[in-house]
Structure formats: C-alpha cells, structure tokens
Write a protein that binds this ligand. Structure first.
Ligand SMILES: Nc1ncnc2c1ncn2[C@@H]1O[C@@H]2COP(=O)(O)O[C@H]2[C@H]1O
Length: 255
C-alpha cells in the first residue's frame, strides 16, 4: 500500500498545503488544498474520498474537485465516505446552490457525479482489497480518524483531535499498525486554546502516545503555520523513544 502526502499543514503560506492524503491512487483522505497539486489524470483516478470532518482546511478543494472532474465523473461517480452528520453539514452548507452548485443532483438527480456513503466506527468497509475502519476522536466538531489495511499492512490517520482514549483504544484493538499520521497543531504555550479548538500540543500528544501498544513510524501533521519547527522540536524532546517524521507535501510511504 502506498500513502502520498498531498497536504499536511495546519494553515496556509508559501509551500504549505492543507490536509489531503492519497492511499494508492484511488482513495483520498480529506480534500484540503494539497489536492490542487495533483495532475488532472491523477485527480481522475480518485474513486473514493474519506472525510474526517467538515472544517474548511479538510474540505476546501472538494467543490473545485467535483467541478474540475465533472465530465469524467458522469460515467463513474465519486463516493464520499463520512459520518452521516458530516455529510449533512457538507451538503447543507456548501452544496446549497449559493456557496456552490449541488453536485449531488448534477447533471441529474438520478445520476449525480458524487454520492455519499454514511460510515460509522463499528462497521468497516472494504474497497478493492483495502479494509477501512473509522476511528473515534475528540475534536471541536463531529470528527473521526481512519485506519486502512491492505495485505496485513496498516496505516492510520488521526484527523484533527485533542487528547482522548477512543482513538488509541481503537488502534490497539487491531494486531498491527505500520504507519501512523497524527496531528500536533498547537505549541505547548497554547495548550488551553488547542484543547478548546480540539487539537494536540506536544505535551498532550507525548502523553497519549504512551497509550499505543504498537511501534509504527509516526508522521506528524497539521503543525500550525509558522510554528512548525518549534512544535516538532518540542514533540521530539518529549518523545525520545519513537521514530517521529515531520511530514511534507510530496512524501510517499510504502508499507
Ligand atoms: N475556540 C475555538 N474553537 C475552535 N477553533 C478555534 C477556536 N479558536 C481559534 N480556533 C481556530 O480555528 C481553527 C479551525 O480549524 P482547526 O480546527 O484546524 O484549527 C482551529 C483554530 O486554529
């Protein structure tokens, strides 16, 4: 299985792209601004989108993606997998004909270019040999993480979250974890704001990483713009025993 980092920044600014990860060439996890760097051919290979939550930095490119691929999707619609409440938020607040046309009924209501599939944490789905599990997390809006397993190799992504037990318990319930992407958005000095906004800081993430029974490579994502160096260094100092990777757009992992 191959995981490509398209965007992993907690904000914007030169060289920064917001959250989007490509699994193999057909499953996209979140649809932040990193998607805009894909070639049209690569975009057209995406068949499934897994959404962690509805904040703009994770869905900003979804309306544009559907418009860009409109003619190509008419023969094979994109499927968006998400919590049911996230689906409704996206439809009602984005695809409402005012912010963007309702591609869920275009070109015709009976054969739209995109459709929703509601997922829940207890029920895995299988997409061409990949098992997908939704994982509980704790953010400021309804949110989840995902675990993707193929041929015994497993990758997981936290999405946006602050300290919790459910995510780590869900990872520990499986036998393997080879690669983990976890967010660490805020510096320790902003821990209170970070918790209010539903994010990790190095102190909280270092504590929660001790809950994980697996020893995957750990990629750090969602570092806030301008705080990348200091937050990553603080986390490394607090987690000397694990291999931590500072993710960058363009990184490719094979597991
Ligand atoms: N009280 C708050 N609750 C949620 N988000 C906040 C708050 N204050 C500031 N924010 C910012 O709003 C951002 C929304 O997207 P993020 O969750 O990535 O990160 C959040 C914070 O940077």
């Amino acid at each position: 299985m191959q995981i490509t980092v398209l965007g992993c920044s907690g904000g914007i600014g030169a060289g920064r792209r917001t959250t989007a990860f490509l699994v193999d060439d057909d499953i996209l996890i979140d649809c932040g601004t990193g998607v805009g760097d894909l070639s049209l051919e690569a975009m057209a290979r995406i068949r499934h989108l897994l959404i962690t939550h509805t904040h703009l930095d994770h869905i900003a490119c979804l309306p544009l993606l559907l418009d860009t691929l409109f003619s190509r999707l008419q023969s094979r619609p994109l499927v968006i997998h998400a919590r049911a409440d996230c689906m409704h938020i996206i439809h009602d607040h984005i695809f409402n004909w005012q912010i963007w046309p309702d591609f869920f009924e275009l070109p015709e209501r009976e054969r739209p270019v995109v459709r929703f599939h509601a997922m829940e944490p207890a029920v895995p789905i299988y997409l061409d040999g990949r098992r997908i599990d939704m994982l509980p997390v704790a953010h400021s809006v309804p949110a989840v993480g995902y675990r993707v397993e193929r041929d015994g190799a497993a990758f997981a992504f936290s999405g946006d979250t602050t300290s919790n037990d459910g995510f780590w318990d869900a990872l520990n319930a499986h036998d393997t974890l080879d690669l983990l992407f976890v967010e660490c958005a805020f510096p320790d000095r902003e821990q209170a704001l970070g918790q209010q906004a539903g994010h990790y800081c190095p102190a909280l993430l270092a504590r929660d990483l001790t809950k994980l029974r697996h020893a995957p490579r750990v990629g750090i994502t969602h570092l806030k713009s301008g705080e990348e160096d200091s937050v990553f260094a603080a986390l490394q100092a607090r987690v000397p025993g694990r291999e931590l990777l500072r993710l960058c757009s363009g990184d490719v992992f094979t597991i």
